[in-house]
Design a protein around this ligand. Sequence first.
Ligand SMILES: CC(C)(COP(=O)(O)OP(=O)(O)OC[C@H]1O[C@@H](n2cnc3c(N)ncnc32)[C@H](O)[C@@H]1OP(=O)(O)O)[C@@H](O)C(=O)NCCC(=O)NCCS
Length: 338
Amino acid sequence: MVREWDPRTASSAEIASLLDTLNAVLAADLPQDPPWRENSMREYLAEVMPGERRISWVAQTEPAADGSPGAILGHVHVLLLGDIGVLEVLVHPSARRTGLGRDLVLTAARRVYQEGFQSIGVEVVGDTPAVAFYESLGFSKEYVETRSVLDLSGVDWAELAEMATGIGAGYHLQFHPGGPPDELIEAYARAKAEVRDVEDGELRPSSYDPERLRDSLDCLHRRGMKPYIVLALHEQTGEVAGLTEVVVPVQHPTRADQYDTIVVQDHRGYGIDRAIKARMLMELRSAEAKLTEVQTWNAQANESMLKVNAELGYRPDREWCEYSIDVAELVHRLDAGR
Ligand SMILES: CC(C)(COP(=O)(O)OP(=O)(O)OC[C@H]1O[C@@H](n2cnc3c(N)ncnc32)[C@H](O)[C@@H]1OP(=O)(O)O)[C@@H](O)C(=O)NCCC(=O)NCCS
């Protein structure tokens, strides 16, 4: 029932069926999240960064009598990067608790093991069946973040405009839809390299050198995800003192994703964090007419970032956890249980 599946060559009917399952999962587990649209879904599933590989499998019902393909009720893919395989599993709510999720994980885990990778990591959303599922498979919790959501209809735009200008002398802000301009890529990558702080969970690695950064932006574009950037430039040195990145995915254009926000150590204490985020929201308001919400993920220990987000109007929504397990241990455990 489970077979390897390549989104690049899959039929449009299969892509649509997988999207239906994803939306059924969201409706069951995260009912406040917007459903996904079909736009660039194939590219979203297929495109990866250079040097990374994504391998996918589906569980599909039998073809119908007229030969049309069966429904995709389960899906797993694993993204191979560094020495880790990052897993994502979906089982349609109507097909749960029959062992399908476990079968999908075993299929992917065997491949990760054969490919010589050490461990498997997965993002697990708090308060959903996935927590009990991964714990039953022996995964352990490595890292917890809080997802917060900002409802743009509740924003006081006049207050936000003040926040956007409340920045120390000697800095100015720039807005760049699409990504940083070429002449700033090096300074931008330096700012990201300096601050590898607790904000970045292991499963969402940032890009720290200019080449990797270009590749990462290119990959986002190919997957239908439009990046927006606000920078704080230090006028005296031309250095990037702070940056904030938001991505608007064409698959759910009403809810944007906040990526990194960084203020370089020497430039902290000048109101840059609050100003760049406020400016970003103002720019998004005019650039993205469909946008109604922005979501962000923060380490629970990152009190200053959480404070700024609360001032902007973000409300904590859910725990978002990273779990991991040694691949050999997982394969042996699942094989032994069969
Ligand atoms: C997590 C998920 C993959 C589990 O799929 P599944 O096919 O129902 O899982 P299985 O039937 O293989 O369950 C294996 C074991 O996990 C545990 N488990 C799974 N769901 C559980 C639940 N709701 N409550 C308690 N334990 C659960 C049980 O120990 C179960 O064994 P048992 O049925 O013999 O008791 C499925 O719920 C899913 O797709 N969730 C969404 C995941 C996701 O990534 N969402 C992202 C957006 S929310």
